[in-house]
Design a protein around this ligand. Structure first.
Ligand code: BDR
Ligand code: CA
Length: 339
């Protein structure tokens, strides 16, 4: 099994990443840590606990991390992910409480306990990992590999013209992490999934239909009409219902921003790369974060040609097969929904 530590700012696509991982028999989730980003860290924690309860996975530790970025004032984005971060989904309030450990402790403890074995996956701002590095600077060599969803390299940003959300929420943290993870052998370099590839992972209503079919939920209906905005699905299967309610909000957000009636599955893709790096075509690069620019703060800069004279510090995921990814992910979540 692949041992995993997951840090998230749940988030609609973070939610699907969690469901995919929970549905993957080859994944052993050692802990889920919460960072502020899409919504505040405490709401992220509630969302994580609620998804786990829905999937009968309440034994996995969920720990709160930083509630604010290192330097930047906190920004959240309810307009993208809904007031609670899970679109139109209304999950039952979790009965279980949070771990009494801090996110940094969960990461450091697991990495020390299983040196060289744990894959770290971050699908939110890198605040918690930057803080953990201050306490345990050996983390890069203790982890088996780090996988990050973040950055926009040869691609427009989704937050500012050249900046991607996760990096721009906490640029100092991202800069600290990219610097700390440099100098690793090639096969252990962090795998970076930037918008360049994740914006090609387009979820459509057809994918949710497919999920419902495979889950045996034949009465499922997709509510498309404008006047049905905000209406909840009545599907009998709870996973199908909540996923569809979450994703519908995300599709409407993308549509309202001129991207079409689709939703980018940034975080589930990064989760799949964490478990199956063979789905990713990668290119080595030096990636750093602009901290000072008046127009470009929080942007990721990639040196593809060695102009800075530095060794590559990341393997950038530059290509994949989106259709293969979707059939893998939908198949997994459908199996979980059927249980
Ligand atoms: C990232 O930003 C968040 O809104 C998503 O959850 C994803 O992790 C994409 O830029
Ligand atoms: Ca996220």
């Amino acid at each position: 099994k692949t041992k995993l530590l997951v840090d998230v700012d749940t988030g609609i696509d973070d939610s699907l990443a969690l469901l995919y991982l929970l549905a993957s028999p080859e994944a052993e989730i050692l802990g889920i840590t919460c960072t502020a980003g899409n919504v505040g860290a405490r709401q992220v924690a509630i969302n994580n606990l609620a998804w786990l309860e829905l999937c009968s996975a309440s034994d996995i530790e969920v720990a709160l991390g930083s509630e604010i970025p290192l330097v930047e004032p906190l920004r959240t984005t309810e307009e993208t992910h809904g007031p609670q971060g899970i679109g139109y989904a209304e999950l039952d309030p979790p009965r279980r409480t949070l771990s009494d450990r801090h996110a940094t402790e969960v990461w450091i403890d697991a990495a020390r306990r299983h040196p060289g074995e744990v894959i770290g996956l971050v699908t939110g701002p890198l605040t918690n990992l930057a803080l953990a590095l201050k306490i345990e600077p050996e983390l890069p060599s203790l982890l088996r590999r780090l996988v990050v969803m973040g950055g926009a390299l040869n691609h427009p940003g989704n937050t500012f013209p050249t900046a991607e959300w996760n990096v721009s929420v906490d640029p100092e943290a991202a800069q600290i992490v990219f610097a700390a993870f440099s100098g690793l052998p090639e096969e252990r370099r962090p795998l970076l999934c930037p918008l360049d590839v994740t914006e090609r992972i387009e979820m459509l209503p057809a994918h949710i239909h497919q999920l419902a079919e495979l889950a045996g939920c034949h009465e499922f209906e997709w509510l498309r009409a404008e006047d049905e905005r905000g209406r909840r699905s009545t599907a009998s299967n709870a996973v199908v219902r909540h996923v569809s309610d979450a994703v519908r909000f995300y599709l409407e957000f993308h549509q309202d921003h001129g991207q079409g009636y689709l939703a980018h599955m940034h975080d589930p893709f990064a989760a799949a790369v964490a478990l199956h790096p063979e789905i990713a075509v990668t290119t080595p690069a030096v990636v750093d974060v602009e901290l000072l620019g008046t127009l470009t703060r929080g942007s990721t800069i990639a040196d593809w040609r060695g102009m800075w004279g530095r060794e590559p510090n990341v393997a950038v995921v530059t290509d994949t097969d989106p259709a293969a990814f979707f059939s893998h992910m939908i198949g997994r979540i459908a199996a979980l929904a059927r249980e």
